[in-house]
Design a binder for this molecule. Structure first.
Ligand code: C2E
Ligand code: CA
Ligand code: CA
Length: 656
């Protein structure tokens, strides 16, 4: 007979009965069904919890059963995982006698820590992670820790087994952002040696600990030494890892000896992992490490920093010119690797070099600099080496600063839009304007869009910014209509990241809002943006074509595509890149004429941009270019300035 649970059903907090022997929920109130993401009692009682249950949890539950039998109740924090989301909840467990006379467990959730911190959820599950608040109280633990050690731990002082030590950890994490220590810790169940890495999460005032478990290293050796050994070696290649490398370099006492750091990264290694799987990747990495070791032939210290990154320290008294060694290493790695069933694999690698003491006087900075040089080497075409230069650091600092200022500017909306006239070639009548964004930063002054747009593209901020620019531009058209009674057109530049399903509806919406005709709006895309093989962007371009706005192909001639490759896209107009108009290339004139001929054949209109002189204007008119744009006709300007300086243009405009 089913007992009457009606009383519990009306409780707000989740309550359920867990059958410890069968590992199933035998009854749950409404709140518990919601908690477990189940529709019905039937559904939840079908779930077999034994599948995901670790031995640690299993054993804990049978211990609970004994405690219930002894008349005890238990109140504790548990991590439960309803619907793949881990929730940390404070539970009250009571023994419950089933109709068959077995001891089950009545669970009541008293409190719910709503979000288990992201950092923990994302932590490597083979590692152990603990999160504490600024007073050292435990906020949560990851699955792995819970599985090994249960939920008994309450605070940092208990974990560190020493209040002073706990306070020191908190203090150093808070002031340095980071600390690291080897320590014997209390897990809540036992004492255990860990390598402890603490990270201070400033925004939420919490301390995240990552632990490497070092207890299984055998007996009879100095525990501390084992701790070090384990934490400083790379298990795959047997080389020292980043930490071990730092230790060795710091341990050397001759500060006067000059040395170089080579930061080496395998080109396209990810591809190997993706196509052949990780076991082949690992195999290749061991072979690479072996070959590097052989080539180095004891001339330096080789470390694996993780993934496909290796770092080498060489004494310059031993190696002479580091660039020569780099070339030697690259040549050696370029010889094929023989990998089991797969056969020969040919790898390239890039190397960045930084020198002590010329470039920096400490190891961390040198590593960063060598890494910068490495990235530069990759950028310049891979399979090569490059020395660090101070300009690389400057460029990076500038970028970081720009990033920071850009997010502030976005928040405060510190941008403006300038407009550059586009006129009809034959009679000089105004067709409309290209909208060009401007940013004048309090600290950095005027920053060119050529510099900040790529950054905004990297961070995705371009989407928000792009919408704002579009809105300003369409609003401006309405203002001009009411001022001058004319329907001008505006062309707005689009970045690749903006090609999302929401774009066409957004443009439609704006056109409605400001009462703008589709023929008044053009969107400028470069060929690299248009030549996309992924569907979403292509659909977006087609949707834009369908709402009737024009598409301009910007900077034509700078890429590799031919117009015929773009023929199935709804382009109406081509803008020849200004470098041809200004005759920067050898065959500029030929390109100007050939482009005209192709466009004529494909029925595309042509705009020449970057016209700076009367001669250029005459020539392009002569070549049959439909529209013109450039400093000679008018610079990009704020609307009020345009109206003042180019009042004549507003008097004669093309019918759009
Ligand atoms: P773009 O689309 O090719 O824009 C034309 C650029 O050429 C503008 O530079 C313009 O000021 C400049 N220009 C116009 N006429 C002449 C001329 O006669 N001589 C010379 N030397 N230059 C001329 P700007 O405003 O610095 O913009 C640079 C690039 O930044 C743009 O190249 C475009 O790729 C990007 N950009 C600018 N505004 C936006 C925007 O609102 N959204 C997006 N996604 N990109 C933008
Ligand atoms: Ca443009
Ligand atoms: Ca352009």
């Amino acid at each position: 007979m089913m007992p009457d649970y009606a009383l519990w059903d009306s409780l707000q907090s989740p309550v359920w009965i867990f059958d410890i022997d069968c590992k199933r929920i035998s009854w749950a109130n409404k709140a518990a069904l919601m908690f477990w993401n189940a529709e019905t009692l039937d559904e939840i009682s079908q779930r077999d919890f034994s599948k995901d249950m670790s031995e640690a949890v299993n054993v804990t539950l049978s211990q609970y059963q004994k405690r219930f039998d002894a008349g005890e109740n238990i109140k504790t924090w548990w991590n439960l995982t309803p619907g793949n989301i881990t929730r940390k909840v404070l539970c009250h467990f009571t023994g419950y006698l089933t109709p068959e006379g077995r001891t089950a467990m009545l669970v009541e959730v008293i409190a719910d820590e709503p979000c288990l911190r992201r950092d923990i959820a994302l932590a490597d599950f083979t590692n152990l992670a603990l999160l504490f608040d600024s007073d050292g109280k435990l906020v949560s633990v990851n699955h792995a820790f819970e599985e090994y050690f249960g939920n008994e731990l309450r605070d940092l002082a208990a974990f560190a087994t020493d209040t002073h030590l706990a306070r020191r950890w908190l203090r150093s994490a808070r002031s340095n952002g980071f600390f690291q220590a080897g320590a014997r810790c209390w897990t809540g169940q036992n004492f255990q040696w860990f390598d402890v890495e603490g990270v201070w999460l400033g925004d939420r005032q919490q301390l995240l600990l990552h632990l490497s478990d070092l207890s299984d290293l055998g007996e009879g050796r100095d525990e501390m030494q084992l701790v070090r050994h384990h934490a400083e070696m790379d298990y795959l290649t047997g080389l020292v890892n980043r930490r071990g490398f730092g230790k060795v370099v710091h341990g050397e006492n001759d500060k006067n000896r000059s040395y170089s750091l080579l930061f080496l990264d395998i080109d396209g290694f990810k591809l190997i992992n993706d196509t052949h799987g990780h076991s082949v990747g690992d195999r290749l990495l061991t072979d690479i490490a072996e070959r590097l070791k052989l080539t180095l032939d004891n001339r330096g210290l080789l470390a694996r920093f993780g993934g496909d990154e290796f770092v080498i320290k060489i004494d310059r008294s031993q190696v002479g010119i580091p660039g020569d060694l780099a070339r030697e290493l690259i040549a050696e790695l370029n010889r094929p690797f023989e990998i089991g069933d797969i056969g020969e694999i040919i790898m390239g690698c890039s190397i960045g070099i930084a020198r002590y003491p010329e470039d920096a006087d400490n190891l961390d900075t040198l590593i960063t600099y060598a890494d910068m040089a490495l990235h530069r080497a990759k950028y310049l075409g891979r399979n090569r080496s490059l020395y660090f230069t101070p300009e690389m650091a400057c460029a990076l600092h500038r970028k970081a600063r720009l990033r920071h200022r850009l997010s502030i500017a976005l928040e405060k909306c510190e941008f403006s839009v300038h407009y550059q006239p586009i006129t009809r070639s034959d009679d000089g009548m105004l067709k409309g304007f290209e909208a060009l964004v401007r940013w004048n930063d309090e600290e950095l002054g005027h920053v060119s869009p050529a510099e900040f747009i790529p950054l905004a593209e990297e961070t995705g901020q371009i989407v928000q910014l792009g919408r704002w620019i579009m809105q300003q531009a369409l609003k401006q058209l309405r203002t001009w209509r009411s001022k001058f009674g004319i329907d001008l057109m505006v062309s707005v530049n689009l970045s690749r990241a903006q090609l999302q399903p929401g774009l066409a509806p957004y443009v439609s919406e704006l056109m409605k809002q400001y009462d703008i005709k589709p023929s008044q709006v053009a969107l400028e895309l470069t060929e690299s943006t248009m030549l996309l093989d992924y569907d979403e962007a292509r659909h977006c371009i087609e949707a834009l074509g369908q709402i009737g706005v024009e598409l301009y192909l910007d900077d034509f001639g700078t890429g590799y595509s031919s117009l015929s490759q773009l023929h199935d896209l709804p382009i109406t107009t081509v803008k020849l890149d200004k470098s041809f108009v200004q005759g920067e290339h050898k065959g500029s004139l030929a390109v100007i004429e050939a482009t005209r001929a192709i466009c004529e054949k494909l029925g595309l209109r042509l705009i020449a941009e970057g016209i700076e002189t009367q001669n250029q204007l005459e020539y392009l008119k002569h070549c049959g270019y439909d529209y013109c744009q450039g400093f000679y006709i008018g610079r990009p300007m704020a609307p009020e300035q345009l109206e003042e300086l180019h009042a004549n243009l507003f008097e004669q405009s093309v019918e759009n």
